[in-house]
Ligand binder design. Structure first.
Ligand code: GLU
Length: 259
């Protein structure tokens, strides 16, 4: 394993079924693989979406609400559901988890940032897997990241990760939307983000808030912090073994100085 500290972000489409119910098989596999990667000696941080999706389902709503208070209520309901599922599965594979909920102001204010960094440091030194989400039930417009892609890049930068993996429902970056254009070409490696920025326009995820635009924004933040990024399909969490073994999977974004 060439990596020492890895941040893995999973989107709602990876951890929830299309109706918002938790995808238990996938969450269990993810918990197993991440525990195994941790056991092999790397520090592992999981950034997970799915709180709002799980909350909507648990509250019995049939569709994603539009109003902020309703979304925040859904997040409050779903976050503890999500954590209890992760906690159960990770424990099964011998790992201890810890919940960290963040908002933008925390990572931008120097004191809070410093404290937060120390908390991550302490948890990782104890071989605990921090599970991070945005604090959706309190976040208002001024303090919100709004998508976990950006949040995961900010976390990777904060803790000095040496790899950020964004798992999604797409195999990486294409030169056209593969759902509309069968000839779309998959890009294995990106070294110049400016040259591919236009490719993200219009792509979106059906369940989460992110899409390729936010993934490229995350790649930008991470690359500026000299952290390589892989965008890959989270359908089968075993893909994390291949990525951390350095195999060519998904799209790898290489920071300039390592080209
Ligand atoms: N934090 C939100 C949730 O847990 C999702 C944000 C995103 O989709 O990136 O539901």
């Amino acid at each position: 394993m060439e990596y020492k500290r890895i941040v893995v972000k999973v989107g709602t489409s990876t951890v929830c079924h299309s109706g918002g119910t938790p995808n238990l098989r996938r969450i269990e596999r993810l918990s197993m693989v991440l525990s195994d990667i941790k056991n092999s000696g790397a520090d592992v941080v999981l950034v997970t979406s799915g709180a709002i999706g799980a909350g909507i389902h648990k509250a019995g709503w049939t569709k994603r609400p539009d109003s902020l208070p309703a979304k925040q209520a859904a997040a409050a309901i779903g976050q503890c559901e999500l954590m209890s599922i992760y906690d159960r599965f990770f424990r099964e594979y011998g790992s201890i988890t810890a919940q960290i909920l963040l908002t933008k102001d925390v990572l931008e204010e120097s004191n809070a940032r410093h404290n937060c960094m120390a908390t991550f440091g302490e948890l990782l030194a104890m071989h605990i897997i921090p599970i991070v989400n945005e604090n959706d039930s309190v976040a208002t417009e001024e303090i919100v990241y709004g998508d976990n892609d950006t949040l995961s890049a900010a976390v990777a930068e904060l803790i000095g990760a040496d790899l950020l993996i964004l798992l999604s429902d797409i195999d990486g970056l294409y030169d056209a939307d593969p759902s509309e254009c069968p000839d779309a070409r998959h890009l294995d490696t990106v070294t110049d983000l400016n040259a591919v920025r236009h490719l993200a326009k219009g792509s979106h995820s059906s369940q989460g808030t992110g899409g390729m635009v936010t993934k490229l924004r995350a790649a930008d933040i991470a690359m500026n912090a000299h952290i390589p990024v892989v965008i890959a399909n989270g359908r089968d969490p075993d893909i994390l073994y291949d990525i951390t073994d350095g195999k060519k999977i998904g799209t790898l974004f290489v920071p300039k100085e390592s080209v």
